[in-house]
Design a protein around this ligand. Structure first.
Ligand SMILES: [Zn+2]
Length: 516
C-alpha cells in the first residue's frame, strides 16, 4: 500500500513538473459587475424610453454608451419574487418565492453564488425590508447590508456607501456589487429640491423659489441634509402644499395615512386627475433624485478607472400603477404593462454601444446575461437565457414572458380583483412582442383578457372574445407554464417569516404602505 502511494505521489510530482514547463494559459481578466436595481421604476417614466420629462439624464447617458432594452418585462409586479427571478433566472414557480415575505431556498443557485465561486468579491447594499438578510437573497454575498444606513429611505447615503466600497475594495479581484435603490416607492417623498422641481403651480411662492433654487448639485454639498422621511408630514414641503392646495386630499391622505391603503390604491377616495398628477410629480422627483445618485456611482467608477472594465446593468424591479386600470400608486395586484415593463440598460465589455433592442426580454434573463458577459459558468436548469448575442448586435430566438401577481387577498381588503385566496388566486400572464393574455382565476370560471400591445399599448380593449384565435394560441403556453407550478391550485399564501420581522422592519413596511 505504502509503495503504491509513493509511486502515485512520484507520478503526481512528474505531472506537476510537466505542467510547470508548459506556460500557463492566461485567462482574460474578468470584468467587474455592477448591478443597480431601482424600486418601482416604470419604463415609460425614463427619458430615453420616451418620457417627456428629463427624469433620468445619467441612465440615458449610460444607455447611449451601452444597450437599451426597450421591452424588458418583470416576472412579478412586486419586489422579492421579481428580484429573485433576476438573481436566479427562473420565474416565481421555479424559484419558489411567491409572496412577501418569503425565503429563497438554499438549494437554489444564484447569480451572486456563481460569481463568488468564480473568485469575485461580492457585496450587496439594499434598504428594503423585503430584501432583508433572511430573504435568502444574501446567498453568495460576502457582505450583505440591509437597512444599515441613516436617513431611512434615502438614495444619497446608499450612493455614498457604494462609492466608498468601490474605492476600498480588494483591487486584486473582480467585484460584483448589487445596489437596490428604494426611493421611487410610495409615499414618494424625495428631498428638496426634487419635491418641487416638477410642480410649477407654486409660482413665485418664496418658499417654492427657495426650495427650487437648491439645484440638483446641492446633493454634492457637504452640508446637504436629505429630508428624513418621518419629518415630511409636518415639514415645510407639506406647509407649502397646504397653503396652495388646502383641499388636496390625496397628499394629506398619504402624508398622514388618513385613509386605508386600499381606498388610496383602488381610488375609493375618487381623487381628481389633478390630485393624482401632484403625486406623479413627486414620483418623478424621486426618480430624478435616484438618477442623480446613480450618476455619483458612475462617476466614482470612472474616477477609479473602472468604467471600461465594469459591466453596469441598471433595471427597475417592477413598475407602478399611476391611475391606470383602476389602480393607483401601487403595483402587486395586476399584470398590465405599467407594473411589468421596466427599464433595462447594460453597458460594458461585450456590449455594443448605442444598441437599442426592441425585442421582448425578461428581467430574469439578466442572471445568465451577466454570467455570460463575465465569462463565468452559467446557471443550470434555468428558464432564462443570456442576452449577450443581442447586446453584441446579433439576434436571439423569440422569448416568451410569463408573470404572476401577488396572491394574498387579505393584504388589502378593498382589493376586489383577486377573487380567490392564496397562490391559486394569483393572476397569470403570458406576453409576446405583440400579444398579452391574462388569466384571472375565479370560482365560477376564470376570466381572460387579451390585449394587442402594438395597437393598444394602454391595454384598454380586451379582445379575448373577438380574437379567440390569438388567445387560443397563447393559452396552451400559459397552461404549460402553470402545470409546472409545484403549488398549482394551492390556497397557501406563500408567505414565510413574517413573525421574524423586528419592530424597525415593521415600521418601514408601514411607511411603504404594506401594513397598516
Ligand atoms: Zn419593488
Amino acid at each position: 500500500m505504502g509503495k503504491v502511494r509513493a509511486r502515485l505521489s512520484i507520478s503526481g510530482l512528474f505531472a506537476f513538473a510537466l505542467a510547470c514547463r508548459t506556460p500557463p494559459e492566461i485567462a482574460p481578466p474578468k470584468p467587474n459587475v455592477l448591478l443597480v436595481t431601482i424600486e418601482t421604476f416604470r419604463a415609460d417614466h425614463v427619458g430615453s424610453y420616451g418620457y417627456g420629462r428629463n427624469t433620468t439624464p445619467n441612465l440615458d447617458r449610460l444607455a447611449r454608451q451601452g444597450a437599451k432594452l426597450e421591452n424588458a418585462v418583470a416576472q412579478a409586479p412586486f419586489t422579492l419574487p421579481s428580484i429573485s427571478s433576476l438573481m436566479t433566472g427562473m420565474t416565481p414557480p421555479g424559484h419558489g418565492v411567491r409572496n412577501h415575505p418569503a425565503v429563497l431556498a438554499d438549494s437554489i443557485e444564484t447569480l451572486a453564488e456563481r460569481l463568488q465561486k468564480a473568485g469575485y468579491q461580492t457585496a450587496a447594499m439594499t434598504r428594503h425590508t423585503w430584501l432583508r438578510n433572511k430573504s435568502g437573497l444574501d446567498q453568495g454575498f460576502l457582505e450583505y447590508h440591509n437597512n444599515k444606513f441613516a436617513a431611512g429611505l434615502d438614495a444619497r447615503s446608499l450612493s455614498l456607501a457604494a462609492s466608498d466600497w468601490l474605492a476600498e475594495r480588494d483591487p486584486a479581484r473582480p467585484f460584483f456589487l448589487w445596489l437596490h435603490f428604494l426611493d421611487p416607492h410610495l409615499p414618494y417623498t424625495p428631498s428638496y429640491p426634487y419635491s418641487v422641481l416638477y410642480h410649477d403651480a407654486y409660482g413665485a411662492d418664496p418658499q417654492a423659489v427657495h426650495l427650487r433654487a437648491m439645484t440638483a448639485a446641492a446633493v454634492d454639498r457637504e452640508d446637504y441634509a436629505p429630508t428624513p422621511y418621518a419629518d415630511l408630514a409636518g415639514g415645510p414641503y407639506y406647509d407649502l402644499v397646504l397653503r396652495h392646495y388646502p383641499e388636496n386630499r390625496i397628499l394629506l391622505d398619504l402624508a398622514f395615512w388618513r385613509r386605508s391603503r386600499g381606498s388610496i390604491f383602488f381610488n375609493k377616495g375618487a381623487y381628481s386627475r389633478y390630485e393624482v398628477s401632484q403625486l406623479v410629480d413627486l414620483y418623478d422627483g424621486a426618480i430624478l433624485y435616484t438618477d442623480d445618485n446613480l450618476g455619483r456611482i458612475l462617476k466614482t467608477l470612472a474616477d477609479l478607472g473602472l468604467a471600461e472594465t465594469t459591466v453596469v446593468a441598471v433595471a427597475g424591479d417592477h413598475g407602478e400603477a399611476l391611475g391606470e386600470h383602476g389602480l393607483s400608486f401601487t403595483h402587486d395586484f395586476t399584470l398590465y404593462d405599467e407594473v411589468l415593463r421596466v427599464p433595462l440598460v447594460i453597458r460594458g465589455p461585450g456590449v455594443e454601444p448605442g444598441t437599442s433592442i426592441a425585442q421582448q426580454v425578461r428581467l430574469m434573463d439578466l442572471a445568465p446575461t451577466l454570467l455570460d458577459l463575465a465569462g463565468v459558468e452559467p446557471l443550470t436548469g434555468v428558464e432564462a437565457r443570456s442576452l449577450a448575442p443581442l447586446l453584441r448586435g446579433g439576434s436571439l430566438p423569440y422569448l416568451t414572458a410569463f408573470a404572476e401577481s401577488a396572491p394574498a387577498r387579505t393584504q388589502v381588503p378593498e382589493q376586489d380583483k383577486i377573487y380567490l385566496p392564496g397562490i391559486r388566486g394569483k393572476w397569470r400572464m403570458v406576453r409576446t412582442d405583440r400579444w398579452k393574455l391574462i388569466q384571472i382565476p375565479r370560482a365560477e370560471g376564470d376570466l381572460y383578457e387579451l390585449y394587442d400591445l402594438v395597437d393598444d399599448p394602454g391595454e384598454t380593449r380586451n379582445l379575448f372574445a373577438d380574437l379567440a384565435g390569438e388567445g387560443a394560441k397563447l393559452q396552451p403556453l400559459l397552461d404549460a407554464w402553470m402545470a409546472r407550478d409545484p403549488l398549482q391550485g394551492s390556497e397557501t399564501s406563500g408567505e414565510e417569516g413574517l413573525e421574524e420581522l423586528d419592530p424597525s422592519a415593521l415600521e418601514q413596511l408601514k411607511t411603504l404602505g404594506y401594513i397598516q
